[in-house]
Design a protein around this ligand. Structure first.
Ligand SMILES: [Zn+2]
Length: 270
């Protein structure tokens, strides 16, 4: 039982083949956030085609400058329509990126807050992209009252991590933590409370250390990432896999226990 809590399946060369490999590697669910309205149809279709694939809808902060003026209206309408879809989980990928230079930060902030409000109105979790903006992202969550979701590819401090976990979120770790130079990430992975951890591949981005240059990162890599995290915490693989999958179900499962009725996901959604 393994959940890839962050995978851009819609950007992979052969998504169907990648899903097949992931299932062979022991994954039970793949969570696919959308990045812009042009991808809403693709992520929805992938979830429809594969029982183990789930999706979110959102406007990624790094896409802020290529979004059309009506992008937020398109998202709102698509998300309200998706409320009846058992494969729809929430609002993502949203957030703030103050690392990439020259992005329109005012619009990014406005879109972030508007999407948090949408998640609150829909009673859905969020999947967050956070780069050089952990405090600002946390402030938005507190202001709008969001208590469920994932800060993916987390790369902040121990104190910032604690604040997000106290807010009800889980932190996503994947390929970046497998590099020997990533000492801060590795100490987070080792010391954070287990209930605050979820695993991700972020495929095709952030390849783990063992992939050759140019080799495509795919969701089946999650099995090896899980082994890496389990051994760095001194846990059995099964224990780590079970805990992180239940965490993902807890923070992403829609209200009403829809996940618990699915055979593809762990039934423990408390
Ligand atoms: Zn992403």
């Amino acid at each position: 039982m393994l959940v890839d809590s962050h995978c851009h399946l819609d950007f992979l060369a052969d998504p169907a083949r990648s899903v097949e490999r992931a299932l062979d590697a022991g994954l039970s669910a793949i969570v696919v956030p959308a990045v812009c309205p042009e991808h809403f149809g693709r992520v929805t279709a992938l979830a429809r085609a594969h029982p183990s694939v789930y999706y979110l809808l959102g406007l990624h902060p790094c896409y802020v400058d290529c979004l059309k003026d009506n992008a937020l209206e398109i998202l709102k309408s698509a998300a309200w329509t998706a409320q009846d879809d058992p494969k729809f989980l929430g609002i993502g990928e949203i957030g703030l990126d103050f690392f990439v230079p020259n992005l329109n930060r005012d619009r990014m902030q406005d879109l972030y807050i508007a999407q948090l409000k949408l998640a609150r109105d829909l009673n859905r979790p969020v999947v967050l992209h956070v780069r050089s903006a952990v405090d600002q992202v946390s402030a938005g969550l507190r202001r709008i009252g969001i208590h469920r979701g994932i800060a993916h590819a987390f790369n902040g401090s121990l104190v910032q991590a604690g604040r997000l976990i106290d807010q009800g979120l889980c932190l996503g770790f994947g390929g970046a933590s497998t590099f020997s130079r990533a000492t801060r990430l590795q100490s987070l992975v080792k010391t954070l409370p287990l209930q605050g951890l979820v695993l991700e591949t972020d495929s095709p981005d952030i390849a783990p250390a063992w992939l050759a240059k140019g080799e495509q990162n795919e969701p089946h890599q999650l099995a090896r990432i899980a082994r890496f995290v389990a051994s760095s915490r001194g846990l059995e693989f099964a224990e780590l896999a079970c805990a992180t999958s239940q965490n993902a179900a807890r923070v992403l499962g829609p209200p009403g226990g829809l996940w618990s009725s699915s055979s593809a996901l762990p039934s423990n959604t408390h």
